[in-house]
Design a binder for this molecule. Sequence first.
Ligand code: XMP
Length: 325
Amino acid sequence: MSELRDPNMARINTPELAKAFIDEQVKAIREQVGDKKVLLALSGGVDSSVCAALLIKAIGNNLVCVHVNHGLLRKGEPEQVIRVFKEELGANLIYVDAVDRFLDALAGVDEPERKRKIIGKIFIDVFAEEAKKLDGISFLGQGTIYPDILESHGIKAHHNVGGLPPELNFELVEPVKFLYKDEVRVVGEALGLPHNMVYRQPFPGPGLGVRCVGAITRDRLEAVRESDAILREEFAKEGLEGKVWQYFTIIPDFKSTGIKDNKRTYDWPVVIRAVNSIDATSASIEPLDYKFLARVTDRILNEVKGVNRVLYDISPKPVATIEWE
Ligand code: XMP
């Protein structure tokens, strides 16, 4: 099959066009796969979720989804994947709690690219181990999208290191590989996936691991997860959800003094980052309203354990990157 999109293919931007695409892909998947089984790593991100929903529609329980929880997901994400795919769509979903395995391997590792490599490698190991336990898998589903093909030198290719081991060397099924991100979202909505899953902000493969700066510790990781959840909740309340490219919190690996209940504390700061971008190669900061920032700060300082200070990162890319690692 050609690796380029048919130049005559219409941009999928309406529910009707999405429905026609879905019907066409369901047919194509059935033709390619027949009654064989397909394995898919389902992270809960937009691309893998839409790919999974399409495959479920086409082949039902002959799709085996594996959701690996590496402990670096955002608050509520593993639960949402299980709820949407297992309970609502009736998917054949294997949930792997690999939190300890990832966090143990990452203990004491402070070099960002080494952290990424470890996360990438263990992810593949865990996924390959699950694949080995299964009988009769013939295909590997993948949520490759068109920019991944076009930008083989782009962000994903640059960051997501490592190829697939021989035990995962199945023929690929890539039903959304000619779609742009906005089209994947329209198709996802037409498939009935929740809006917040389909329209979620970009989230790096190594997840919160690159926002817990330096060597990851469980308590700092929890503080990143909790503060991120608060920030996202407040963005939604403020009507900013979907209007800002990326917003999240970071916890650097240094402490500063504070005061609570008349006692001195020595705790971490939380950094708020909110940026706008077209393609992540450059970014400008979102000028968040001061009262909004004060409200978020108040909640973080009251609700998140182990932190005593909130900072707002106003650095554009370049010179700063979007993530801190
Ligand atoms: P930076 O920090 O390089 O990030 O300005 C640009 C975009 O890429 C995302 N990002 C990643 N995505 N794996 C990914 O899949 C990664 O390791 C990774 N690191 C950064 C980042 O969130 C931003 O959208």
